[in-house]
Each structure stands twice: as C-alpha cells, then as structure tokens.
Design a protein around this ligand. Structure first.
Ligand code: ZN
Ligand code: ZN
Length: 395
C-alpha cells in the first residue's frame, strides 16, 4: 500500500461560500465520494504556523522536540546546522535614512538578494562565525557558530513600518551575548548593504536584516522510525522541505517549483507519479493557495484550486486507488476575503479527505469546509497518519 498526503497550504477558508466550495473540482469530489471526510484539530494555540501544521499532519509534532522555524528553514535550503548552532530566519528589509523601517520585506523585490546574502556570509564577530544564505523570496537564513549561544532572543522585527529599527533583545540573561553579537551583525550588515550597487537601483533597497525566529538543532524520531514508511517530499518552499528533512524524508527537487501561484504544478505531479514506485509515502506540498489568501484574491485562489484538481486527476490516472491511499487537507485555514480584518492564518480545524479502496466511504459527496463538517472524521492533532494506517490495514 502507498500513501499520498497532499497539503494545500491555507486552502480552507471562511464564509458562506469559499474558494474550495465554489471551485469546480471533480477529482477532489470524486475522492470525497469514494472516501471519508471530516475535520482535523491541529491543536494550534495562539498562532497557526505552517511548519507546526505540517509536522502535526505528518504525525510527528511535539512541542519539546520542535527545533524552531529558523532551523527548519535552514534545512530546507540545504544548510546543515551543528548541534549548538543558533539558526535565525530573517528578512531583508528597507531602512530609511532616518533610521525607520520603511518596508519589512524590501518591497518583495527579489533582485540581487542572492548576491547580497553572499556579502554577509562568513562574518566573524566576537568569536562567533556567521553563515548567511538567501532563502525563498525576501528571506535569509543566518546560522551562528561559537560558544555560549542561545536561541532565547527577542527579534528586532518591529512588525510594522515607520518606526525605528529595534535592537535584538534577550529573553533571559543566557541570551545576552547572542543578542549583542546579533546587534553587531545587523549594524555591520547595514554598512555593507547600503553601498551595494544593486541597492542603488532598487526602489526598496535591501539594506538591513530583520532577525525573526531563532532555533537550535533538535532530534526527533524519523518518519520511518515512527510509521515504518519510506517517505519523500515534493515541495517548492524551503520550510516544507526543511520539515521533511527534519523527519528523515528525501526531498525531490522539481525545477520551477516556486511555492507561488506561478509554479511548475505539472512537474510536481510528474514527480509524484514517478516516485510512488520508489517510496511508500509521499508528502506533496502546494503553497499557492496560501499566497493567494495573503494577497486577498479569493477568485484566483478558486482558480488555482481548479488547476490543482486537474493535476490530482492526472495522479489518479496513474496511482490506482486500489494501491494508493489519497489524503487531501490543509495546514490551517487562510482567510482570502478582502473584507476580512486581521492576520490571514486561522487556528480553526481543517478539512480533510481520505480515499482509497481500502477505506469504507461515508456519506460526503464533496470536498469543502461545510461538507467536511458533516463528514464522519474528527481527528485530534497528530492522529491522521496512525488513523489512516489503521484503516488501510483493516480494509
Ligand atoms: Zn501554511
Ligand atoms: Zn501563510
């Protein structure tokens, strides 16, 4: 038996009619009709963070073993931090001449960022060595190696613009040294970045770095150790790849898979079809649904879901339900309506469908938020994979 887990990032939505309920998606509906649907309570407390969502859906989240987003992002771009390294996930940002933050993402302009990250790579401050590497979009990963480092820092990300750039702080005395070298790093980075040619051309120069989430390496049981399945991941964004690597899964690189609505979806489908022969379990991640929620484009989100559905149709032609269990879900709800106030990620339970010949169907006919509410499944936190394995073995 093979298992395919498709996580459509932030695909679930709120309101009477949603992109998922309005989309013409015969293949997802076919899977729902042939299988069971319901809701998963991911168990988010205050915030719905995607990486926690993926780890939970994959059956592997534990608060104690969670290494932090910076560490996972680093793994996603091929940086392999050592045991006591502190790993930061940051943003290139724009600082005005008055010392105020003008744009927290440097205008989301990706030009020249690889080169700018390289300029910051290899710095040494007070015996701490800095590795800097650009991640997706405006993001940068910074790894610190040295003695007495702590990830218990307070970010210098003000979360808003037209305010002065704060200092990195320490949550406890043990992090004071780390905060101090990070402040020196940000200061030096400013000095270097300001003079870079590319920044003279950019409307929003990438002339500073916001230090955001910090983390340290932790180990956890691999996916294979937990569930006995050899798994791989097909994804565009570093954080999804990082989660997979953290769990010991192979990452299949698909050229042109960007994590944006403009991505190589068919290339990802081809990878899934090809690698189902070599693996027991595939984690397919598609991010565009979330991106379109953040840009508040419900109609485009609906169209993107329709596009994904056609790809699922192609998978169904090759991966027989007789041998493959399909799971389709999302890591959190994302509100795409322009009238919604607040941050788009919501902590509500997410819709899920499980389908395969081994699974006895319930009464649902469609895959969307409302139908899932009427579906027979109620899964708590990390329960999806153990539940599916049990169903498949009984079927
Ligand atoms: Zn997400
Ligand atoms: Zn998001």
């Amino acid at each position: 038996m093979k298992f395919l887990l498709i996580i459509l990032d932030g695909a679930g939505d709120i309101g009477e009619e949603t992109p998922l309920s309005k989309a013409n998606k015969p293949n997802m509906d076919f899977l729902a009709k042939r299988g069971v649907t319901g809701l998963i309570n991911i168990g988010y407390k205050k915030k719905a963070d995607s990486d926690v969502g993926y780890l939970t859906l994959l059956g592997c989240y534990s608060e104690k073993e969670y290494p932090g987003r910076g560490y996972l992002e680093a793994l996603g771009i091929g940086v392999e931090p050592e045991k006591d390294d502190v790993v930061i996930r940051g943003n290139f940002a724009t600082l005005g001449e008055d010392g105020n933050i003008i744009d927290r993402r440097a205008g989301r302009d990706e030009r020249g960022l690889d080169g700018l990250a390289e300029k910051l790579d290899g710095m040494e401050i007070d015996g701490v060595r800095f590795t800097a590497k650009r991640s997706a979009g405006h993001r940068i990963v910074i790894a610190l190696r040295g003695n007495n480092l702590s990830d218990n820092i307070i970010p210098n990300d003000p979360q808003k613009v037209n305010v002065p750039l704060p200092q990195v702080g320490a949550k406890d005395p043990s992090a004071k040294f780390t905060a101090s070298v990070l402040n020196k790093f940000v200061y030096k980075a400013n000095k270097i970045l300001v003079n870079e040619e590319i920044n003279k051309e950019r409307e929003f120069p990438a002339n500073t770095v916001l230090i955001r989430n910090a983390g340290k390496r932790k180990t956890t049981l691999t996916f294979k150790e937990r569930f006995g399945l050899k798994g791989c991941c097909v994804a565009g964004i570093p954080i999804a790849k990082g989660v997979a690597r953290f769990l010991g899964m192979d990452v299949i690189e698909v050229p042109g898979a960007t994590g944006l609505p403009v991505t190589n979806l068919s290339g990802k489908t081809d990878a899934v079809i090809k690698f189902l022969d070599n693996y027991d379990f595939i984690f397919l991640h598609i991010n565009g649904t979330d991106t379109l929620s953040h840009s508040r484009k419900p109609e485009k989100k609906k169209e993107f879901i329709e596009k994904i559905d056609r790809e699922i149709g192609r998978m169904l032609e090759k991966a027989d339900l007789n041998e493959t269990v399909f799971m389709v879900t999302c890591d959190h709800i994302s509100a795409s309506s322009p009238s919604f106030k607040g941050y788009e990620h919501l902590t509500d339970p997410v819709p899920v469908l499980i389908s395969g010949d081994a699974i006895k169907p319930d009464n649902t006919k469609n895959f969307d938020e409302k139908s899932a509410e009427k579906g027979s499944l109620r899964i708590e936190t990390t329960g999806l994979i153990p539940f599916v394995l049990k169903l498949a073995s009984l079927g």
